[in-house]
Design a protein around this ligand. Structure first.
Ligand SMILES: NC(=O)c1ccc[n+]([C@@H]2O[C@H](COP(=O)([O-])OP(=O)(O)OC[C@H]3O[C@@H](n4cnc5c(N)ncnc54)[C@H](OP(=O)(O)O)[C@@H]3O)[C@@H](O)[C@H]2O)c1
Length: 260
């Protein structure tokens, strides 16, 4: 039986991935902070499922999860690095601590997991890692500057490592959701008003995960959900950077206004 490890498994896009991998008879290793929810999900899934309740913005906890898997000789066939969050606000208006925490989760732990699992998969000669970035990876976003930068990092790292792994039977895929209706917008400093911002298409977590899963099966390297998102990324290639950044700023400040 194949094994999938999914971070951010309790909510939103990650929770949908749990159902999709379970439907494909993977046994599951689920990771998030909320132990109660993890327990519930494990008891509901029709396949063997275990969980690790840990805070992945704490590198020590992330490393000890890896150590524990290694002790059990467990190298997943598929890893979905989905845990992540965003913050809106001016870069200088948000505290460094708030932003550093996001950097630890969205960047450092994701890079640590990609490094550790890609190495083990390379030795074995097979494996897939799906890193969840965002359409924010394509353009700097004023008022969400750090978040967009973390996602640009995820995309850049994943595409480069995917290329390096080409001859070893290992793939590193990047999934780029657009605006998706999840608890992502319920965090402090975020607001659901971005879900209704002009020019943005809002998707469900289910649709994004199904698209991601299909893209993984098709062997896509980078998968951007939604034709509207793909079109705007395509058009941005022919638009002066300053204008693209300005359009992003308008969308993000729309979200900020709703929050204040
Ligand atoms: N929603 C969007 O519009 C959107 C758009 C583009 C990209 N994305 C990306 O998609 C991914 C999933 O987002 P989502 O919309 O599904 O968000 P979500 O509904 O808020 O779910 C986030 C998941 O990550 C877990 N998580 C958060 N902080 C964690 C931490 N410190 N340690 C361990 N687990 C943690 C949460 O569980 P616990 O709270 O139990 O820890 C939850 O399971 C993120 O990487 C996000 O950046 C989202």
């Amino acid at each position: 039986m194949k094994t999938a490890l999914i971070t951010g498994a309790t909510e939103g896009i990650g929770r949908e991935f749990v159902s999709l991998f379970a439907a494909d008879s993977y046994q599951l290793v689920l990771v998030a902070r909320n132990e109660q929810k993890l327990k519930e999900i494990c008891s509901q899934t029709p396949v063997p499922a275990t969980y690790y309740a840990c805070d992945l913005s704490d590198l020590k906890q992330a490393q000890s999860l890896l150590d524990s898997l290694e002790q059990r000789n467990m190298i997943p066939d598929c890893v979905v690095n989905c845990a992540g969050y965003g913050q809106s606000g001016e870069f200088t208006g948000l505290s460094w601590e708030q932003q550093a925490n996001m950097l630890h989760l969205n960047v450092e732990t994701l890079a640590l997991f990609t490094h550790s699992f890609a190495r083990q998969m390379k030795q074995r000669g097979s494996g897939i890692i799906m890193n969840v970035a965002s359409i924010a990876a394509f353009t700097p976003i004023p008022h969400m500057a750090m978040y967009a930068a973390t996602k640009a990092f995820v995309k850049s790292l994943s595409e480069a490592v995917d290329y390096e792994m080409m001859d070893y039977g290992v793939r590193v895929m990047t999934l780029c959701p657009g605006v998706t209706d999840t608890k992502f917008y319920a965090r402090p400093g975020m607001t659901r008003s971005l879900l209704n911002a002009p020019l943005l298409h809002t998707a469900t977590a289910h649709d994004v995960a199904v698209y991601g899963y299909r893209s993984l099966l098709k062997g896509k390297t980078t998968a951007v959900h939604g034709w509207q998102n793909r079109l705007s990324i395509f058009l941005s290639r022919f638009t002066p950077r300053r204008i693209t950044v300005g359009v992003s700023a308008r969308a993000a400040s729309h979200a900020q206004k709703g929050a204040s």
